[in-house]
Ligand binder design. Sequence first.
Ligand code: PHE
Length: 461
Amino acid sequence: MTAQRDQFSSRLGFILVAAGSAVGLGNIWRFPFLVGDGGGAAFVMVYLVFSFLIGFPIMVAEIAIGRKSHRDPVGAFKVLGFPQWSFIGMLGVISGIIILSFYNVVAGWAFGYFLEMLEGHFDVGGQFSEFVKDWVRVGAYAIIFMATTAFIVSNGVSRGIERAAKVLMPALVLLITALTVYAMTLPNAMEGVRFYLVPDFSKLTPNVLYQGMGQAFFSLSLGMGALITLGSYTSHKDNIIGAAAAITLADVGIAFIAGLMMFPFVFSQHLPPTGGAGLIFATLPGVFGALPGILGVVVGALFFLLLSFAALTSTVSLMEVPASYLVDERGMNRKVAVWGLAAFIFVLGIPSLLGNGALDVFTRFITLPGHEEPTSFMDLMGFIASDTFLPLGGFLVAWFTIRVWKRHNFDTEMTTGDEIARGSWLQTYINFSITYIIPVVLATMVIITILDRFFGISIMG
Ligand code: PHE
């Protein structure tokens, strides 16, 4: 099995594919709407702190575990000699399956909006709730998306994706940067900037903390073994710390710019920032429609096309986790495993597909403790898998790395291929965070959340 294991063609190849995994709907769709719902800048700060202080060191640990073992996230723990810890990988496989089930539906929205923009239907902004209700159409886009993902994953670590990402990711960055500059010229833009950058600490509720934490893990693709899987395709010449730093900076940077673009647009159109999952879909078509001449069609279509591509590089890595598990641990044929997964995960996503207005049971699925309004099936999946399982998985990876695998093994692995990092402050910091900061912060988060949700006690005022 491991003999013919694929490898990235270059160091940059790994960084590109890992950044492709990280950068996706999480940055451009999920981050802005959580900021909007979470009261603005206070959420942004929580997200930034969790990304750098906690996410980045966990990313280093995941890549190190993957590269040392050259196995899928379940097998990795066995190869390192701790089979009883492979449940961490199993949790990751489950998280990946759940996340992909709803992520694929949102990717279908993005693709659908690309088609709408091509046809110059700028009024779809106001018709978002009608659009997502049309489950036959969105379902068809979601099938196309899932099949494309399966096609790429069933052919192994794809060179094609590496090559495409090299062009399309910078294109996406350029486009949102240009749109951000344009957004600043609109009336009321500064109100949006203020909302986004000037924190109101009274907004810092346990819920905001929880979602900010979950978003940091989700956006960096952490806590489910996606980076163990990608790390397993790297070689000992790769530089782990440098790669993790580049991936983290790129991912956080792109989310940050996306937010800086969104809120001036939202405020200049006098839309409420609390638009929920529809925020970018409701806001952007109106912006594109106001551009002169054919420019609206071109920019609008390009935006949603690049967003769909960013989503595709993420769905590929989400699928790669359960797929590599079935291939490495269960000895399944890669094609059979991938297409079987695609069908299963699509079916699992049907309640998410129907739960945006088409069917009331899934739209108003359950009322969570501490909430007034019922939560949709899709939001529940996000709460369980993205906001709970991913941080839990990250916590377990950190615990395993220092207390089970042991620090000297981790130290050796993370600095192999990287002379500069050995003994550097960055290495010291990574160890400190994994040993102390991560267990303490994540344990505190669990306590705050349980007190708040189940006992109604808020220690945050
Ligand atoms: N990070 C991706 C995004 O932001 C989502 C993802 C999560 C991908 C976990 C892989 C693993 O869109």
